[in-house]
Design a protein. Structure first.
Length: 244
C-alpha cells in the first residue's frame, strides 16, 4: 500500500517529522511518501494562511501519481473537501481522524493546539463533524507552529502545561494534539499525564490504511463529485478541471 502524506506548509523539517511519525504508525508493508508544496506559507496559523495552501495540496496530489490513500497533515483539515473532489482514493484529514478515534477511547476529550487564532477553525470543524458535544474544550498553548521545530524553544513545556490544565479543569479523559508539528510528542506526553494523547498523523495513517484495505473509495455523488470541466484563468490555468 502507498499513502501520500501532504504537509500543506513549506517547512521541510516539519514534513520530515510528519513522515517519520506516519511511517512509524504504518504497517510494515505500507510505503509512506511525505511531501510539501514549494509555494505557500511556512506554517498555517489561521484562516488567511489556509487560503494560500489549497492549490499546493491539489498539485502534490496530481504529481504523486497512483496512491492508495492520501493524508492531509494540517490539523485544521485545510483543503480536505477540495482534495476529496480531486480524488477517488480515500482522503483523510488528521483533525477529523483524531477526533473520531478519541471518541472511541474516551467519553470526552480536549484539544491542545498552538495559537489562540487556531481555536475557532477547530471548533468549527468539531461542529461540522458532529463531535462538538464530545469535546470538553479547545485549548491554545501559546506556541507558534515553527517553535515546534526549534530545539531551543519551550514549546514542549507549554503544550504539557496545557494538557495538565485540560485534565484538571476540563475533566478531559483524552487529549488530541492540535498540530501536525506535535506528532513526535504524543507518546511521551501520554506517559507523563496518564491519559491517552492522540497524534492526528498516526490516527489518519491507520484510518487511511483501513479505508483503502476495505476497498472504500471517495463517493462521486453529490459534493465530492469530480470538478466540472472549465477553463481557469491566469495563474490557475494549470488547475483547470478536465482540461478546460
Amino acid at each position: 500500500m502507498r499513502i501520500l502524506v501532504i504537509n500543506p506548509n513549506t517547512t521541510t523539517s516539519m514534513t520530515d517529522k510528519i513522515g517519520r511519525a506516519a511511517q512509524a504508525a504504518a504497517s510494515p508493508a505500507t510505503q509512506i511518501v511525505a511531501v510539501n508544496p514549494k509555494d505557500g506559507p511556512p506554517s498555517i496559523e489561521g484562516y488567511f494562511d489556509e487560503a494560500f495552501v489549497v492549490p499546493g495540496i491539489i498539485a502534490e496530489m496530481a504529481r504523486a501519481g497512483a496512491v492508495d490513500a492520501y493524508v492531509i497533515a494540517c490539523f485544521d483539515d485545510t483543503g480536505l473537501d477540495a482534495a476529496r473532489c480531486a480524488a477517488e482514493a480515500p482522503v483523510i484529514g488528521i483533525g477529523e481522524a483524531a477526533f473520531h478515534l478519541a471518541t472511541l477511547i474516551a467519553g470526552k476529550f480536549s484539544v491542545v493546539t498552538t495559537l489562540a487564532r487556531s481555536v475557532p477553525a477547530i471548533e468549527h470543524n468539531l461542529s461540522k463533524y458532529g463531535l462538538a458535544s464530545r469535546c470538553a474544550k479547545v485549548r491554545a498553548s501559546d506556541v507558534a507552529v515553527l517553535d515546534l521545530e526549534s530545539p531551543g524553544s519551550d514549546a514542549r513545556r507549554k503544550v504539557s502545561a496545557e494538557i495538565a490544565r485540560a485534565v484538571r479543569e476540563d475533566g478531559a479523559e483524552a487529549i488530541v494534539l492540535g498540530c501536525a508539528g506535535m506528532a513526535d510528542l504524543a507518546h511521551a506526553l501520554s506517559l507523563e499525564h496518564g491519559v491517552p494523547v492522540l497524534d492526528g498523523v498516526a490516527c489518519a495513517v491507520k484510518l487511511a490504511e483501513a479505508t483503502a484495505a476495505l476497498g472504500l473509495r471517495t463517493s462521486k455523488k453529490g459534493g465530492y463529485a469530480f470538478p466540472l470541466a472549465k477553463r481557469f484563468a491566469g495563474h490557475y490555468a494549470p488547475w483547470s478541471p478536465g482540461g478546460g
